[in-house]
Write a protein that binds this ligand. Structure first.
Ligand code: BG6
Ligand code: MG
Length: 212
């Protein structure tokens, strides 16, 4: 086996939360009178909450104090969490679950490496609350992707060397973070076009071909 563990990004890899992020940021942008669309939303992939707010405020006609920014981010997050309550185990694609089970059956450790502070809540909503061996997320890091911190922590939590881990990512920032951590990476969806990953997947189950 080429690896001893796999570290999965959550949003856009294990499940899709893009639309909920979009709706919550859109509600905030509308209230602030800022233009926001799906293309700008795509730039928020893998980016931390506060860095996402800065991208949205590029079009804001005014100044916000650090306190006002914190309030705006909290407003978005409250709306986002309300939307996440709609998620259920039905939002976990059968292909994702069967592939995870097959990887685990090969003896691989499975971890999460997500920038989100809502990662554990989302995992609970989709029925994977206790599934992963370790979770490294936005609550245990101080620097967001493309910094490698979230993946290095995941390896440390799994008690594995970074070079024994494969990262699965849908964001260019995440592929860059994996590289900086000294880990191989498998790109899926949006991240394929950056051309920086060790493997490019056309579907989740292709991961099984990357590990041996
Ligand atoms: C990432 C998403 O997983 O988490 C980003 O791709 C998001 O779009 C980031 O901004 C932070 O999420 P949260 O849930 O902590 O606001
Ligand atoms: Mg992602």
């Amino acid at each position: 086996m080429k690896y001893r563990g796999i570290v999965f990004d959550l949003d856009g890899v294990i499940c899709s939360t893009d639309h909920y992020h979009y709706l919550a940021w859109k509600a905030l942008a509308d209230r602030l009178g800022v233009y926001f669309d799906e293309t700008i939303n795509n730039r928020l992939r893998g980016v931390s909450r506060m860095a996402s707010l800065d991208i949205i405020l590029e079009r804001y006609d005014g100044q916000m104090s650090p306190e006002e920014k914190m309030q705006a981010a909290e407003e978005k997050n409250n709306c986002y969490r309300e939307l996440l309550r709609q998620m259920s185990p039905a939002d976990l694609a059968p292909e994702v679950k069967t592939t995870l089970d097959a990887l685990r059956a090969k003896g691989l450790l499975l971890g999460i490496g997500s920038s989100s502070k809502n990662a554990k809540f989302i995992l609970g909503q989709i029925g994977l609350g206790d599934y992963f061996d370790r979770v490294s997320d936005g609550t245990n890091i101080s620097r967001s992707k493309p910094d490698p911190e979230v993946f290095l922590k995941a390896a440390e939590f799994l008690r594995l060397k970074p070079s024994d881990c494969l990262v699965v990512e849908d964001a260019k920032a995440g592929i860059e973070a994996a590289k900086a951590a000294g880990m191989d990476s498998a790109a899926i969806g949006d991240a394929v076009s950056c051309g920086l990953a060790t493997y490019n997947l056309t579907c989740f189950s292709e991961l099984l071909n990357c590990v041996e």
